[in-house]
Design a protein around this ligand. Structure first.
Ligand code: HEM
Length: 458
């Protein structure tokens, strides 16, 4: 890549001294708190203002550290594709997720990461995916049938969160998970909420303390059950798949690896799916013409309301997939992605030393008007094959890219399209008159008031 120039070898990960970054334009804000509150209040506006003032590379100070933000598709390619292995994901994500999700796949680097990713990928091959679809399909059909019984206004976000949680229980842990399901779900919700809690130490009464307790419960649950899953053989759920997954030399993953990977997979799937399915349905509620087109597509499958959805059916829903992609463009569930440079590098003429925390920003890139005309307009036609052909391949990165590209992206499409099929076949959705949803965009996009929608059975 022409814009990068690897200089010195890895020297460890101590953050560089503040003055070694002052040649990079930027604004670090107030002492100690830096720009943190401004980023939290309006992450997109903050990046856009800084880009206008300083350009696509700028220095800022957030969460106790000076870091460098690299904006746009070229930056995404440099950092995420990371051909020269400059950027550590471990040391980017550890400060945020390390305490609660140690050694999750996204928190491993380079050769070790590659080995684990290969071992985990068996669980995402067509065979197991078809089994997950069976569970997802039953769960979604049941929930849509319940919603059909209660027409009127509902809060979309909490309903989606509960659905995603219930679907994960069966497709990740197995349909026979038993009476602990409620308790495990609660422990898991605490664990996920703590991963993005502002107070990072487990002080009594804090979300982080509840998260640490939740982790203990979830870890104990997995540890107790690994021997019985291994003894049973087979098993269609994700947990059983990992209990039998092996490294290249044929050795089973260790118990601790299974625990760490399972906990992380549940995190990786949960808030991301909740957020994206909510924004997807929110856009369809706001755009009845698109809702109609997608409904025509799903009814065109010719399935009775209570008939199951097959893998092949999902292949026949290109418009639904495009609309979901557009929702992911507008509100990427992972709006910014952190890394730490393990070697010196240069980008757009700026020399950046090893140890620097760097961030790329899907949320900013997805709204660059030179790439996405009228970026605030919902338009699934941005994702026709032809429209995509001339676009930079790192202009749309809701699933990241390169070695750490989301391992569950086909799972996500599968759940989204299966949901679209049942939801649009069974219900019409609209927004209450005069209502406009109010979204917080960071750390994960979420409607502040839960997103009010009105559903009507059809
Ligand atoms: C719309 C839903 C989803 C979105 C937007 C999403 C987004 C992402 C992103 C941006 C990353 C990479 C972050 C980075 O480069 O640092 C990632 C990684 C990952 N995701 Fe997803 N994700 C989604 C759903 C899922 C699901 C359903 C699963 C599992 C069933 C999953 C499993 C993973 C795993 C295992 C990784 C780590 C990959 C690696 O480090 O090699 N994700 N996801």
């Amino acid at each position: 890549m022409s814009m990068q120039n690897v200089a010195s070898p890895a020297t460890g990960f101590t953050a560089p001294k503040r003055n070694s970054l002052t040649h990079i334009p930027g604004d670090e804000g107030w002492p100690i708190i830096g720009q943190t509150l401004k980023v939290l209040a309006d992450p997109k506006g903050h990046a856009e203002r800084h880009a206008r003032k300083y350009g696509l590379v700028y220095r800022t100070h957030t969460f106790g550290e000076t870091n460098i933000v690299l904006l746009g598709p070229e930056a995404n390619e440099l950092v995420l594709f990371d051909q020269a292995k400059i950027f550590s994901s471990t040391h980017g994500w550890n400060p945020i997720l390390g305490r609660l999700f140690p050694r999750g796949l996204m928190l491993l680097d380079f050769d070790e990461h590659r080995l684990h990713r290969r071992a985990l990928s068996v669980a995402f091959k067509a065979g197991p995916m078809k089994s997950y679809l069976t569970e997802l399909d039953k769960g979604i059909a049941r929930r849509v049938a319940e919603w059909r019984q209660k027409p009127g206004e509902m809060l979309l976000y909490p309903a989606m969160k509960q659905l995603t949680l219930d679907l994960a229980a069966t497709s990740f842990l197995g349909a026979d998970i038993g009476p602990e399901v409620g308790e495990i779900n609660r422990a898991f919700v605490d664990l996920v909420a703590a991963s993005i809690a502002p107070i990072r130490r487990p002080l009594p009464g804090t979300q982080m303390a509840r998260g640490v307790a939740g982790r203990k419960r979830v870890v104990a649950y997995f540890r107790e059950r690994i021997p019985e899953r291994r003894a049973k053989g087979g098993g269609d759920d994700l947990f059983s798949q990992l209990c039998h997954a092996t490294h290249e030399d044929g050795a089973l993953l260790s118990e601790q690896d299974i625990i760490d990977h399972m906990s992380f997979l549940m995190l990786a799937a949960h808030d991301t799916l909740t957020s994206s399915l909510t924004s997807f349905v929110g856009e369809l509620a706001a755009h009845p013409e698109w809702q109609g087109k997608l409904r025509d597509e799903v009814t065109g499958l010719g399935l009775a309301k209570d008939a199951p959805t097959s893998f092949d059916d999902l292949e026949k829903l290109p418009l639904s997939e495009m609309a979901f992609k557009e929702a992911l463009r507008m509100k990427p569930p992972v709006p910014s992605i952190p890394r730490r440079a393990v070697r010196d590098f240069t980008f757009k003429g700026f020399a950046i030393p090893a140890g620097t925390g760097v961030g790329v920003n899907p949320l900013f890139t997805h709204h660059m008007p030179e790439i996405w005309p009228e970026p605030e307009r919902f338009d699934p036609l941005r994702f026709t094959e032809e429209a995509q052909r001339n676009r930079h391949r790192f202009a749309w990165v809701p699933f990241s890219g390169g070695a750490h590209m989301c391992l569950g992206l086909h799972f996500a499409y599968m759940q989204a399209k299966c949901f679209a099929r049942h939801f649009l076949q069974g219900l019409q959705v609209s927004l209450p008159p005069g209502y406009k949803a109010d979204w917080q965009m960071w750390p994960i996009p979420k409607p502040r008031d839960g997103l009010r929608v009105v559903v009507k059975p059809i």
